[in-house]
Design a protein around this ligand. Structure first.
Ligand code: UDP
Length: 324
């Protein structure tokens, strides 16, 4: 089949491209490289089943006939979407519409990457797909949260009014190789800091929680959703929940780093807790994550060591394998 992946130079998009090529598909990747990076698909330079076009999806485009559309384009880390607030709102609205129009024209299956941020700072815990969320519509994070909520409404409208064969995945915190080392996310920061011997920055008192999904588990869940006929949102994430302090301890243990903790102010509207209820994914997709945090961190360390070596001549810190 021919698959279109928007945001194909990003963290998740590039892993989806690899997975689709692995399944034998022909893949067309588009990305405007605002937050994506050529390095994430440099290994596909000689792959005849992969085509890349530098394309901002907020402008109409024509990838030719496609059977599958994975709409994965958006700034996604808090640092990126706070820098590119208007771009984030536009890609989640106009960009999603352009991708939906392609799916409509081609009669393609469509999967849109939504987010646990649709639940905002959740008052129900863990989060079920039926929870409507607790989102500040005008706060700093609203550029991301509301673009993603609008996108869900748009996708459901194309499903209801235009009969497009759509799916919505609500992605919970996901990590792995190809995260930008400087994207400001907690796993990126902690791994980079631990390997560089810098203090690990804990925002607030570190009691807020997140649940971390390794990237291959995430991609597998999304592929299963694309193969299903489930049109309402499905949470894909790892239900194992950690406080940010526990996450820091896990990173220190696995890297063997002697870094200390440094406390910094909590960002505005930072969700206090987040954990997916994945009953629906288990029942409808037969999916659940396989890789626990310590294993996923071990698999991610080599990427951060390579990034550190690439960006500076300073020797990277302790070796994850030694500590394992
Ligand atoms: N966080 C932290 N130190 C960091 C980066 C993040 O304590 O260096 C916290 C952040 O305040 C949040 C959690 O870790 O509570 C997850 O942040 P991230 O930016 O990874 O994503 P979010 O889940 O907030 O979208």
């Amino acid at each position: 089949m021919r698959a279109l992946v928007t945001g194909s130079a990003g963290f998740l998009g590039s892993h989806m491209v690899d997975a689709l090529l692995g399944e034998g598909h022909h893949v067309i990747g588009v990305d405007n490289l605002l937050t994506g990076n050529y390095r994430n698909f440099a290994h596909l330079r000689n792959e005849p089943r992969f085509e890349f076009a530098e394309q901002d999806i907020t402008r109409p485009f024509d990838p030719g006939p496609v059977d599958l559309v994975f709409n994965m384009a958006s700034p996604a880390s808090p640092a990126d979407y706070l820098t590119y607030g208007i771009e984030t709102l536009m890609v989640g609205s106009v960009g999603v519409r352009n991708s939906l129009e392609i799916a409509k024209k081609c009669g393609a299956r469509f999967l849109h990457c939504s987010t646990s941020e649709c639940y905002g700072d959740p008052l129900e815990h863990p989060q079920l797909e039926t929870y409507w969320g607790n989102v500040n519509p005008i706060g700093p994070r609203s550029v991301y949260d509301e673009s993603k909520r609008f996108a869900e409404a748009l996708v459901m409208a194309y499903h209801r009014y235009e009969r497009v064969n759509t799916r919505l995945v609500r992605i919970f915190n996901t990590y792995g190789p190809r995260l930008q080392a400087n994207d400001g996310r907690v796993i990126s920061n902690f791994l980079r800091q631990a390997l560089d011997g810098e203090d690990l920055t804990i925002y607030g008192d570190g009691s807020q929680t997140r649940s971390f999904c390794y990237v291959t588990d995430q991609i597998e869940g999304q592929l299963r959703l694309m193969s299903s006929e489930e049109h309402t949102p499905v949470n894909i994430g790892n239900p194992e929940e950690f406080t940010i302090l526990e996450c820091a301890q896990a990173v220190l243990a696995i890297t063997g780093s002697k870094s200390k903790l440094a406390y910094e102010p909590l960002p505005e509207d930072d969700p206090k807790q987040r954990r997916p209820d994945i009953t629906k994914a288990r029942e409808v997709l037969g999916w659940e994550p396989k890789i626990p945090l310590t294993e996923g961190l071990r698999l991610t360390i080599p990427w951060f060591r390579d990034e550190a070596a690439r960006t500076s001549s300073v020797t990277a810190g302790p070796d994850g394998e030694e500590a394992a």
